[in-house]
Design a protein around this ligand. Structure first.
Ligand code: ATP
Ligand code: LTN
Length: 343
């Protein structure tokens, strides 16, 4: 027996000091307050509790057409926003998906274990393909969830912090992992769980408050790097109803969204906010919200500009993230390749 086969195989259930957390974000379009409140801010707040990895998913971005230079630029922009928002490169691995080739390699294997019927049911695919038309939508767009499953499973991830729009993809990740665990042994993959907060999980568009704030809809979005007066103007013009009373009332989606943002930014309780605006009008709330947004974004924008002024340093930070994380990814990939009979 060779030494390689005598060594105990690494398993997905090896003891871990802290829960492993992994999340990804696409470098496409300008980051907005929904991304910040629904994702980045929470990642920063929890960076000590867990063993965290945050990935800039450029391979996911090319599932729809991208301009090459713009994609490269957006990847750096996103990395700089992460660090500027408070993610500490000494405590958290921030890295670029395409810098760790195991993502694409595991994704291929997972593709081969993912029935097309499962992918056809994904609402994100249905929405995006409906916009493009299935004749033009890429195979990559269809297989997007298998690549996302690879991202998550490579790091024996326990928790995946995401907005609720991504829940279905995590379910699919678990289904594929369970399917392979049933066939190859329960130690192949750790089953991840979504980590979704109830407030801040879904910030809505300012222009159309029944739709979520989204990178693909800049009119309704408060961009993290936008000039102060642009964001102020968007808030002042935000769609509300014709009512007067300022209350957390879900049947008034425009107002509710403004209040929810205010709550998340101020850290105040709902009752306290309702008292603060008792007898006041929507204009007062909008002004106060604009100030909160501007105060939150000012230091982030300042740190961002510093980071962008030194591109070599930024590059070194993201390469460091990839170097730190790659051995873990490689170990999982090897485990899966061996299980499946590759190599
Ligand atoms: P797209 O317009 O391409 O759908 P997006 O703005 O939804 O982009 P993603 O890259 O899909 O951004 O999401 C990055 C992270 O931000 C994910 O965790 C996602 O759930 C979260 N997120 C995105 N939009 C919102 C929102 N409006 N409210 C709360 N969280 C959000
Ligand atoms: N599909 C996600 C981005 C994403 C992700 C991931 C999130 C890619 N890989 C792994 C969590 C874990 C999105 O569009 N928000």
């Amino acid at each position: 027996m060779s030494t390689a086969t005598m060594t105990a195989p690494a398993t997905a259930t090896a003891t871990k000091a802290k829960p492993r957390v992994f999340s990804g974000i696409q470098p496409s379009g300008a980051l907005h307050l929904g991304n910040y409140l629904g994702a980045i801010k929470r990642w920063v707040a929890e960076q000590d509790q867990n063993d965290n990895s945050f990935c800039i998913v450029d391979l996911h971005a090319i599932t729809v057409p991208q301009d090459a230079a713009a994609l490269h630029e957006a990847t750096r922009e996103l990395a700089a926003v992460f660090f500027a928002s408070g993610l500490d490169p000494d405590r958290v691995s921030v890295f670029v998906q395409s810098h760790v080739s195991a993502h694409a390699e595991l994704a291929w294997i997972l593709n081969c274990f993912t029935p097309m019927g499962w992918l056809e049911r994904m609402t994100q695919f249905k929405d995006k393909a409906a916009r493009e038309g299935t004749e033009r939508a890429s195979t990559g767009l269809f297989a997007y969830p298998a690549l996302m499953a690879a991202d998550i499973l490579l790091y024996d991830t326990d928790l995946v912090p995401v907005g609720d729009d991504q829940k279905q993809h995590i379910e699919l990740t678990r289904d594929v992992a369970e399917r392979m665990n049933t066939r190859y042994g329960k130690d192949l993959f750790v089953l991840p769980r979504p980590h979704i907060s109830t407030t801040g999980a879904r910030i809505m568009s300012l222009a159309e408050p029944t739709r979520k704030m989204s990178k693909s809809e800049p009119e309704g979005s408060l961009e993290l790097l936008a000039p102060t007066d642009v964001n102020r103007r968007k808030i002042m013009r935000a769609v509300t109803d014709s009512g007067r009373e300022i209350r957390f009332d879900e049947s008034r989606p425009g107002l509710f969204n403004l209040l929810e943002m205010y709550q998340l930014l101020s850290g105040q309780a709902r009752e306290e906010i309702e008292q603060e605006f008792a007898g006041k009008g929507y204009g007062d709330l909008k002004k106060a919200l604009a100030e909160r947004v501007i105060e939150t974004l000012r230091p982030i924008q300042e740190r961002y500009n510093e980071l962008r002024a030194n591109p070599d340093h930024l590059e070194a930070l993201i390469r460091r993230g990839a170097d730190r994380i790659a051995p873990r990814a490689q170990a999982t990939l090897k485990r899966v390749q061996t299980a499946v009979g590759l190599g």
